[in-house]
Write a protein that binds this ligand. Sequence first.
Ligand code: SF4
Length: 356
Amino acid sequence: MSDPEIHHRAVESLLEWFDSRNRDVPSRGSEDPYAILVAEIMAQQTRIATVRPYFRKFLELFPTVEALADAEIDQVLKAWEGLGYYARAENLHKTAELVVSRHQGSIPSDVEALRALPGIGPYTAGALASIAFGQPEPALDGNTRRVLARLFDLEKPKARDLENAARELLAISPHHPGALNQALMDVGSTICLPRHPSCEQCPLNDPCLARARNTVADRPAPKPLPPKPDRHAAAAVIRKDELLFLWKRPSGGLLGGLWDFPHVAIENPKEAAAALEATIKSEWGLSISVGKKLQSVRHVFSHFRLQLELHEARWEGGAPQHEDLWQWARIEDLPNLAFPVAQHPLISDLVGTRRS
Ligand code: SF4
């Protein structure tokens, strides 16, 4: 099969296959650029099945870009709680504000204008431009790159090679860029899986060069994963009468914008009490005495594993300086605040103990 033949067969098969199926992707069938934007941001690094209930709830709470722009960031983070990668929620909120202030409430259709919005990279800009606005722009993420590398049997393709391959496919069917991109995304996320591709069920089975040459397992050539380091930290659940001390994690950082118990990185669990007392004094100006361990939580982040020791602590004196970055919260109010998922078992215990 010659190159142009491969391209034509691939596009024909993908569009036919996409037309015949009805995958329950959150925004599928919607032409509302705002709904498509929310779905695309939520789906970054997250499985579709996980996204679905969040997407529905989010659009109920913030049905328009104006409603999202008007919302408090704490409400947005609460609706995002548990979905992870919280910088996405902060960026989506900022994007809504900019769409209202700069673009009169209409999400721009142009890729460059989309990429100028917070949290919108080349993939999301391409997905939005093609799906919501019918523009022949590629949407390349890990899934679509893998499909293209296998379809054209490219061993170590550069970003430019894959973009060119995607543009060549889009040029064959300029009237269906959204359907073509979504078909590639769906093949990548459901059929052409990294380790166990289901070539027999794949619409690209016939034109796929890697399948024909028996190189599927090596396309693209796998990159060795760096090992995840182990980190240790201790956190203090500081009580002052019936109140607990919480701080707000800095916007844009890991779990940014969420409420949390103050913590400190440690090398050895035996250092926990002394390290917490010293750090909480120097960073927040609070004198505390650290008591027994309440819980030990293990959490895996994208780049490291964390072992977190949570200790009870008593406030002895002092007051924090920064106005907006902390609060003394009542235990019954904890379920209304957005916390990292690693703290949910502790929050349940604290609230449960309070009720019993
Ligand atoms: S035929 Fe196999 S390797 Fe080729 S695109 Fe389909 S699932 Fe991937």
